[in-house]
Each structure stands twice: as C-alpha cells, then as structure tokens.
Design a protein around this ligand. Sequence first.
Ligand code: GRF
Length: 316
Amino acid sequence: MTRAKVAVLISGSGTNMAALLYAAKQPECPYEIVLVASNNPDAEGLTLAHGEGIATFAQSHKGIERVAFDAIMQHQIEKAGATHVALAGYMRILSDAFVQHWDGRMLNIHPSLLPKYTGLHTHQRALDAGDKVAGCSVHLVTPELDAGPVLGQTEVLIRPNDTAETLAERVKIAEHQLYPRILSAYVSRDKDPEWLVAQVRERAMAQPGADEVSSHGMPCFGIIGGKKFAYVSVDHHGDGKTALLVKISGAEEQAMLIDSDEDRYYRPAYFGDGWIGIRLDLGDTDWDHIADWLAKSWRAVAPKKLTKLMDVAGEF
Ligand code: GRF
C-alpha cells in the first residue's frame, strides 16, 4: 500500500496533530506524517512530533511578508515529499498562491458546525446564541476563510452549565476522533468504489435524458426508454478493479487505446469491440476526460431528436 504523505501545520498545542500522528501508527492507515511545521518555534506540538521521530520545521513569521513566509513553508513541505497538507490549529491566513497550490489537497479542522461560526471564539458564540448543539468540522481549504466544502462533522451537545472552556474540551475529543478518520477517507477516496461511482454518476446524469439502472449488478446509465451508454464495473468476478465502460467506434479504436496505455484501457469481457474499459482506480483519473468520454458515448446512442437539440444549443 502506498500511503499519502501528509505535512501538518500547527501553531500551538498540536493535540489534533498528535491525534493524526498516532492514528498513522496503525498499519492500515492510508497516510503517514512526513513533516510537522510551525510558524511558532515554541509550539508544544513540535516537541511531541520530534520525540516521535517525525521531521519538524519551525520558523517565526515575524518580520516576513505573508507570500515570502508561505514560500518558505512551501519549500519545506515539498522537501518532505508531502502530497497533502493538514492544517491543525495553524493560526495564519494563507496566501492565495499557497492555497491554490494545494487546491483539493489541503484540509483543516474547525471547532464549529460549519457554515456556522467561521473564524475565532466559536464556542462562546455558540453559547451566546443559545445553541443546543456545537461540534467540529473538517473541510477542504479554499481562499475564503473556513468556507471550503465540508468533508465531515461531529455534533457535541451543549450542557446547561457549559462555559467556552468546558465545551472546547469536549469538542477537542470529538476533533481528535474526526480528523484522522476524515483525512484517511479523503486520501483513499480515489480508490473507493463508492466515491468513484458517485463521480461517474454526477457526470453521466448530466447527459440529456439520462437515467440510472442496475444491470447485472453494475451501475448502468442509459437514455430513458433507450440505449445504455455507460456501465461501471466494480470488482467484477472479484478482480478488485473499478472501471468505466463506454462506447467506442470499434475494434480499431479499441486496439489503439489499449496500445496507448495498457494499464488504463482494456477490452471488457462480454461487451465486444464496441466498448472500452477505462480504469478509474489508478489514482490519477482526469475527471474532465471521463466527462468527455461519457458525452461521446451518450452521443453514440442518443436518438437524433436529442443530439439535434444539443447541436443547436452548441451553436450559441
Ligand atoms: C482546534 O480547536 C482546532 O479546531 C482549531 O484550532 C485548535 C487547535 O488545537 N483549528 P490543537 O493545537 O490541535 O490542540
């Protein structure tokens, strides 16, 4: 198993980082921590990480411009070979360039049920609002603060006598459970059949008149009352693979595709020359390309009245 390589950025106690680090000691954990970095050389978490044999890096941000400081961090993260970044109590606003570089590969943990209470003092704000429930969220980092897509949340009930401190303490316990779990699921999702099928579904159902049925146990997409244009093969006869099957022009195109990349393309058993199998679980799937394949396959089976409508729409 190749594990995702995660750099964790902290500014303080680093208890979430510790939770990520200890979870990574389980042999089946799909990620490993390759670096713990901080803008605060006194961050307690650095000592813990160092003691556990993890590479650490600390550099105060004081007197350094934001973009230059982020470039220093970026250099260290790259040097450590990280594929993902996990923010864990990192108290710095990040430059757009840094956020863009890690687009889709940087997560954060936030102590509220987002979209409620972005920013600071989340627990006091929940108490002041008379909320019955607080909690924590793990989300993808996008340029707007605490506004990226939420990947997972845990609710924590508020007790009548809670203060911001007592509530924070319980939310932290929830955070420590949530973060490793969500990070694990996130880094392994491009091999997770359920996630892969959902990606295909979203793009297949965007075709005009598309419908989903189950065919021989496979998710299958066709035109309502018409022909099928895509199947997803999941662990067919226990082969452990997830692949998309779409229509092609025939034997020649099939041979050409397989020749161009024989790890990705294959001749799907029982489907004949008019179809191609495209592996979705190789970890580097280009989803725009898959959308193009689906559109092309749809066009191959769509009745004229539908393709004509599309041609007209395409002219404007
Ligand atoms: C956590 O409450 C986290 O949700 C927030 O900052 C705090 C970090 O705590 N982003 P720790 O350093 O992980 O103990």
